[in-house]
Write a protein that binds this ligand. Sequence first.
Ligand code: AMP
Length: 407
Amino acid sequence: MRDLFGAELRWFQHIEETARRVFGRHGYGEIRTPILEELEVFKRSVGESSDIVNKEMYEFTDRGGRQVVMRPENTAGVVRAAIQHKLLASNDAVLFYYIGQQFRYERMQAGRYRQFWQIGAESFGVATPESEAESLLMLHSFLTELGLKSLVFSINSVGTPESRPAFHAAFRAFFSEREERFCSDCHRRIESNPLRVLDCKNETCQAALEGHPVITDHLDEASARHHARLKALLTELAIPFEENPRLVRGLDYYTRTAFEVLSSDLGAQSALLGGGRYDGLVKHLGGPEVPAFGWAIGLDRLVMILQQIHGEAPFAPPALLIPLGERAATEALKLARTLWDAGVPLQLETRGGALKKAMASANRMGIQTVLILGDGELDGGTVTVKHMATGEQESWPIGEACSRLRP
Ligand code: AMP
């Protein structure tokens, strides 16, 4: 877990502001759920067989004897809240986004933290490919406005729980013909959760999958139409996409569309985020039968990428106002108040003391504009302005400080 501040935190803030702006204009409203949820919420949603639930959750018994978990992800909490507050009772589309920290007891490795941040969007109550296109378009705007380029949406359909047995049968037959080439985890998966074999990280297994039956060839008719329509919409919207028959989500409540966004901004193409349709989850968690679609992106990694592409987040340090002496200190507070009220970013030097010390601080803070207010300036109704980049110095009438500094 780490502390965030300075240049890195400014990237987090910039991303969060971009998210709020883009999602807000799509009609999504923010939702904030508690960090602690009951254990059951994640057991039932993320799945008891998942690594997250088995090995990575911060779980403990609270003073009231309840088994609680620090959320490892946010979808389960959003669904729990939507059910609890009966937000899904009508046939309305319910559109939520969240920004929050998640907790997983992960092994130490670069870019993986035990407290990390995710931004996600979930739409409830709409089962159409149009709602998916809308959500993907929003995601595309969000990433584009952050300055990411060469985005590719990788998509697949995992069908429905009803139509999946047909694929499972074909896939198990394929597997059994070459089972010695698969790892022991895949031997377990083929029994419990065959789709998961497709996204095994093991290279030998990936090679053994060559020529595997493709799930989109085994879809029921409605799922096939849904998938074709989504592809047609993405084509119309000029959102670059490719089909990836190995892209899956393993649990039964995932239906139809699964997707990832790839970016080649960092050289080799790598996945920025993933998401999909989870029509069975709301009911599975005890709510009404309501379709849903959503995705989540990890902020920590996104910040790392943006730092590598763009360097520092857009940031203009405030001006610094340095008063010299007690009379000037009083007047500086009044002047600063006028500037602050007018929206001018300004830091006030309140330590007193020598000008030299204050100027050295200004240098260290990367401040560009320093205003100096001493007795001479007060008598003349002016303020001395030093531009740090050039070292140039000039004198402004005090009354003009505001209009000259306003961004
Ligand atoms: P997941 O919920 O595992 O599908 O991950 C969704 C997003 O969260 C991905 O974009 C990951 O980059 C990010 N993420 C997951 N776990 C961590 C972690 N321990 N530290 C940082 N980011 C993470």
